[in-house]
Design a protein around this ligand. Structure first.
Ligand code: HPA
Length: 278
């Protein structure tokens, strides 16, 4: 097991000094969704390259900044840029934003991502709330972080995604008249997009959307006791669902088109954070 407190000692003391407040909610912005940071009054922004020991993001559309912001009296830490397993990083590096969020005291984590749509009722531009997450391909790696799950670890997984937080998100979508889809987010390790055969396999096993992030972050986060939910922006039809060939450009272009709806939803979620549901 990796001792993250030891490993990230200087990173933590840097951030504990730099953080202007204890955040209520942490948000990790997925591919192409980074512009959401422009929607809030930013209190303070830190380049991840200035943080000792923080891995560099190598993916186009991931900026590598941590922002502190406030909206409707809720304090937010916003990760603009994610650390992916397919970039060659280790699991303890991928979950660093979750680890930081927990150390700074965030009670909620909203994970966002770009994903390929498998469910035939989804079209690019849809937003999907994860009603469950499939991490079959990544779960084993989590033993590096949490060891062999004891009673608490095992039990906390049952709250993933967090039911109250998911209710808040559904309510926020209703308030904003957003047709928020629901489904299972299925993790694949990448680094390439899937083959049509892999998508057929995932579909048979209940995946509605597919992507290369989120699930390990979510499991670790709920293990730490953070109320965790995930929203996918369906940026493309998954491989073989349509004839169209997949590219990262399609992913960022669709995310760009949907960014106003996404921003309206996330703002409404933050505003309603302290409603009864969560
Ligand atoms: N597959 C995996 N990851 C993705 C996709 C996809 O189709 N779209 C956006 N991220």
């Amino acid at each position: 097991m990796i001792d993250l407190n030891f490993k990230y000692k200087s990173l933590l003391s840097f951030l504990e000094k730099e953080a202007p407040f204890q955040p209520d909610i942490s948000i990790i912005l997925g591919s192409g969704l980074g512009d959401f940071a422009d929607e809030l009054n930013l209190y303070k922004s830190i380049l991840t390259s200035d943080i000792p020991g923080y891995p560099a993001s190598t993916v186009f559309g991931h900026k590598g900044k941590i922002h502190f912001a406030e909206y409707h009296n809720n304090k937010i830490i916003l990760f603009q840029g994610r650390i992916h397993f397919y970039e060659g990083y280790k699991i303890h590096e991928c979950i660093l934003p979750v680890f930081i969020s927990n150390k700074l005291g965030a009670q909620y984590l909203l994970l966002t991502n770009a994903a390929g749509g498998i469910n035939k009722n989804f079209v690019p531009g849809d937003l999907m709330l994860a009603n469950s997450l499939n991490g079959t391909f990544i779960k084993k790696e989590l033993t590096d972080l949490i060891g062999l799950a004891g009673y608490a670890g095992k039990t906390n997984f049952y709250n993933l995604p967090h039911p109250g937080f998911n209710d808040t998100i559904k309510l926020a979508a209703m308030n904003e008249n957003i047709d928020l889809k629901e489904g299972v987010y299925f993790y694949t390790k990448g680094p390439t997009y899937e083959t049509p055969a892999e998508i057929k396999f995932i579909s048979k096993f209940g995946g509605d959307a597919v992507g290369m992030s989120t699930v390990h972050e979510a499991i670790y986060s709920s293990y730490l006791g953070i109320k965790t939910s995930a929203i996918s922006c369906i940026t493309n039809f998954a491989a073989g669902i349509s004839d169209q060939k997949l590219s990262h450009n399609d992913v960022t272009e669709t995310a760009e088109k949907v960014k106003h709806t996404f921003a309206a939803l996330v703002k409404s979620i933050i505003k309603n954070l302290n409603s009864n549901a969560a």
